[in-house]
Design a protein around this ligand. Structure first.
Ligand code: PEP
Ligand code: MG
Length: 575
C-alpha cells in the first residue's frame, strides 16, 4: 500500500496510534445585535464556567506530568477567568450595546490586551496581556462550541498532528502519551525536529498537508525512518508496521551493546561522540545512549521554559546539575541563542523579515550585557563542578568573539576578587555557523580554544535556504562539495593551531555524512543522544585512511550532492 503522504524523516522510529490534532481553533464570529441581553449574559457565564473547569483540569495535569513551574501559568489563567472587573465590563458591554457575548468579550479583552501589551518596559503587564489573550480565546471557543487543543491534558497514547510545533509546544509534550508527531511545515533542522530527537520520539515534518487529511481519532502510522505517513491504514499495513517497529527495536538492542565502549574506527583512530541537550532533564538519555560528553547544551531552553529571565541562581543550578551529572566528562555549554524561531515572551523582539538573519544569539547577548553577564557568572561559578567548555553562538567576526570573551574575563576577575571559586581550566570556543567565520577559520583558530561547526545554520546560510521552509529543503545539502570544502577548511585550520574541531549540527549524526567527517579529521561529533550508538557502530566499521581518500574525492572530483551520495553509498552499502 502506498503511504497517504510523505514528509521529511526527522526522528527515527515507528509509531502507530490515534491522531490528536493540535491546530488553531477557528474563532471567527459575526457581531450581532440582540434583544435578549440576559440570554447573552448567561451564555457568557456558562462559557466562563466551562473554561475555568478546563483550565483547572489542565493545571492539574500539567502539575503531575510536567511540574510546578509549567503549572504556574494556569494559575494566572484561572485568575483572569475569575476576574470580576474584566467579566463585569464584558457584561456591561452586552447590556449597554445590546450585542452578542462573543463580540462584547472580544472588544473588552482586546482593549485590555492592547493596553497591557503596549507597556513595553513592563514585562509583568505584558505577560498579563498574554494570559488574557489565552483565556479570552478559550472562552470564545466555548461560546462558539469549538475545541481548544491542550497538549498538557493528553492522557492516552496519541500521535500529534500539527501545522508546526513551537519549541515551547514540544516542551509541554509528555513522552508517556505522545508517541510521535507529524507536521505540515519544517525541515530536518527546525527546532521541533531537534526536540523530537532529544525526546526520542519518531517525527515527520514538512508533509505540507497532514493537517487537512488527518482528523482527531483517526489511526495513523508514522515511519520516522522513511518519512512515510499512513492515515487509517488497513489491518495488513498495521501488521506490517508492527513488525517493522519490532525489527527497529531489535536493531537498537544490538547497538546498545556499544553503550560503554569508546569510539574507534576499524583501524584504531579514536574520536569523541557527544550529545546535544536542551535541559538537564535530557541527561538521562545522554547517559543511556553512552555519549562521551555533551557537545552542545542549548541554554536558551532555560530561558524559554521560564516566565521571566532566569536568575543567576537558577542558571547556576542548571549548569551545575549538568556538569555533575556528566561526572567529569566535557560539557560544552552554549550561551543563549534566542531569536530565529526561538522567542521569549518576556523579551519582545521586533518582528523581522528574516529572523534567522537578524537580531539573534550573541548579537542579543552583546547588546544586552547585563543579561549576558548574569549567564556568564552562573557558568563561571558552576565551572568547578566538572569540565566546562563555554561556546558562543552565531559568531560572524573576530570582534564578536573578542567582545564576548572580554565580558567573560571581566566577570571571572570579579568573581576571583570576591573569592568565589572558578575553574582555571575552562576552554572558550565558538560555533562556526556563519560562512564568514568558516572562511576566516585560520584566523579565528589563533584566538579560540575550539570550534564546533553548527551545520544547521551553516548550511542554510551557505545555500541561502531557510531551514524552516520545506519548499527549499532540497537545498539543505550537507554533502554538497561546497559545504564539505568549508568544513575541511575549519578542521584543518583548528589542527594547524593545535586546537580541536567538533560539530554539533545535525550533520554530525547523519549516517551518510559520518564517513566523510571521519575522513576530514573531525575530532568530536555531537548529535541527538539517540544517534550516538548507531554512529559508534558505523565508525567501528570504517577505515579512517580510506575515508580520507573518500572525502578528498568528494571535494575534488564530485560536482553535485548526488555524486557524493553515490560515492559514499558505494563504500558503506556492504558494511
Ligand atoms: C546549528 O546551527 O547547527 C546549531 C547546532 O545550532 P541551532 O540548531 O541551535 O541553531
Ligand atoms: Mg545555530
Amino acid at each position: 500500500m502506498k503511504p497517504t503522504l510523505k514528509g521529511i524523516a526527522a526522528s527515527d522510529g515507528i509509531a502507530i496510534a490515534k491522531v490528536y490534532t493540535l491546530t488553531e481553533p477557528d474563532l471567527r464570529f459575526e457581531k450581532r445585535a440582540v434583544n435578549d441581553t440576559s440570554l447573552e449574559v448567561s451564555r457568557l457565564d456558562d462559557a466562563i464556567a466551562a473554561s475555568a473547569k478546563e483550565i483547572e483540569l489542565i493545571r492539574q495535569t500539567a502539575l503531575t506530568n510536567l511540574g510546578e513551574e509549567e503549572a504556574k501559568v494556569f494559575d494566572a489563567h484561572l485568575m483572569v477567568a475569575n476576574d470580576p472587573e474584566l467579566i463585569g465590563q464584558v457584561k456591561e458591554t452586552i447590556e449597554s450595546q445590546k450585542v452578542n457575548a462573543e463580540s462584547a468579550l472580544k472588544d473588552v479583552t482586546d482593549m485590555f490586551i492592547n493596553l497591557f501589551a503596549s507597556m513595553e518596559d513592563n514585562p509583568y503587564m505584558q505577560e498579563r496581556a498574554a494570559d488574557i489573550r489565552d483565556v479570552a480565546e478559550r472562552v470564545l471557543a466555548n461560546l462558539l462550541g469549538v475545541k481548544v487543543p491542550s497538549p498538557a491534558t493528553i492522557d492516552q497514547e496519541v500521535i500529534i498532528v500539527a501545522k508546526d510545533l513551537t519549541p515551547s509546544d514540544t516542551a509541554q509534550l509528555n513522552r508517556k502519551y505522545v508517541k510521535a508527531f507529524v507536521t505540515d511545515i519544517g525541515g530536518r533542522t527546525s527546532h521541533s525536529a531537534i526536540m523530537a530527537r532529544s525526546l526520542e520520539i519518531p517525527a515527520i515534518v514538512g508533509t505540507k498537508d497532514v493537517t487537512s487529511l488527518a482528523k482527531d481519532g483517526d489511526i495513523i502510522i508514522i515511519d520516522g525512518l522513511s518519512g512515510d505517513v499512513f492515515i487509517n491504514p488497513s489491518q495488513e499495513v498495521i501488521g506490517e508496521y508492527e513488525a517493522k517497529a519490532q525489527a527497529f527495536a531489535a536493531q537498537q538492542a544490538e547497538w546498545n551493546k556499544l553503550k560503554d565502549a569508546e569510539t574507534f574506527s576499524k583501524d584504531g583512530k579514536q574520536v569523541e561522540l557527544a550529545a546535544n541537550i536542551g535541559t538537564p532533564k535530557d541527561l538521562e538519555s545522554v547517559i543511556n545512549n553512552g555519549a562521551e560528553g555533551i557537545g552542545l547544551y542549548r541554554t536558551e531552553f532555560l530561558y524559554m521554559d521560564s516566565h521571566e529571565f532566569p536568575t543567576e541562581e537558577d542558571q547556576f543550578e542548571a549548569y551545575k546539575a549538568v556538569l555533575e551529572g556528566m561526572d567529569g566528562k566535557a560539557v560544552v555549554v552554549r550561551t543563549m541563542d534566542i531569536g530565529g524561531d526561538k522567542e521569549l515572551p518576556y523579551l519582545p523582539l521586533p518582528h523581522e523579515m528574516n529572523p534567522f538573519l537578524g537580531y539573534r544569539a550573541i548579537r542579543i547577548s552583546l547588546s544586552e550585557p547585563e543579561m549576558f553577564r548574569t549567564q556568564l557568572r552562573a557558568l563561571l561559578r558552576a565551572s568547578v563542578y566538572g569540565k566546562l567548555r563555554i561556546m558562543f553562538p552565531m559568531i560572524a567576526t573576530l570582534n564578536d568573539f573578542r567582545g564576548a570573551k572580554a565580558l567573560l574575563e571581566e566577570e571571572k576577575a570579579k568573581l576571583i576578587a570576591e573569592e568565589i571559586p572558578v575553574s582555571d581550566d575552562i576552554e572558550v570556543g565558538i560555533m562556526i555557523e556563519i560562512p564568514a567565520a568558516a572562511v576566516l577559520a585560520h584566523q579565528f583558530a589563533k584566538e579560540v580554544d575550539f570550534f564546533s561547526i553548527g551545520t544547521n545554520d551553516l548550511i542554510q546560510y551557505t545555500m541561502a535556504a531557510d531551514r524552516m521552509n520545506e519548499r527549499v529543503s532540497y537545498l539543505y545539502q550537507p554533502y554538497n562539495p561546497s559545504i564539505l570544502t568549508l568544513i575541511k577548511h575549519v578542521i584543518d585550520s583548528a589542527h594547524k593551531e593545535g586546537k580541536w574541531a567538533g560539530m554539533c549540527g545535525e550533520m554530525a549524526g547523519d549516517q551518510m555524512a559520518v564517513p566523510l567527517l571521519l575522513g576530514l579529521g573531525l575530532d568530536e561529533f555531537s548529535m541527538s543522544a539517540s544517534s550516538v550508538l548507531k554512529t559508534r557502530s558505523l565508525i567501528s566499521k570504517l577505515d579512517s585512511k580510506e575515508m580520507e581518500k573518500l572525502a578528498d574525492k568528494a571535494i575534488n572530483e564530485c560536482t553535485t550532492v548526488e555524486e557524493v551520495m553515490a560515492l559514499v553509498t558505494q563504500v558503506t552499502e556492504n558494511l
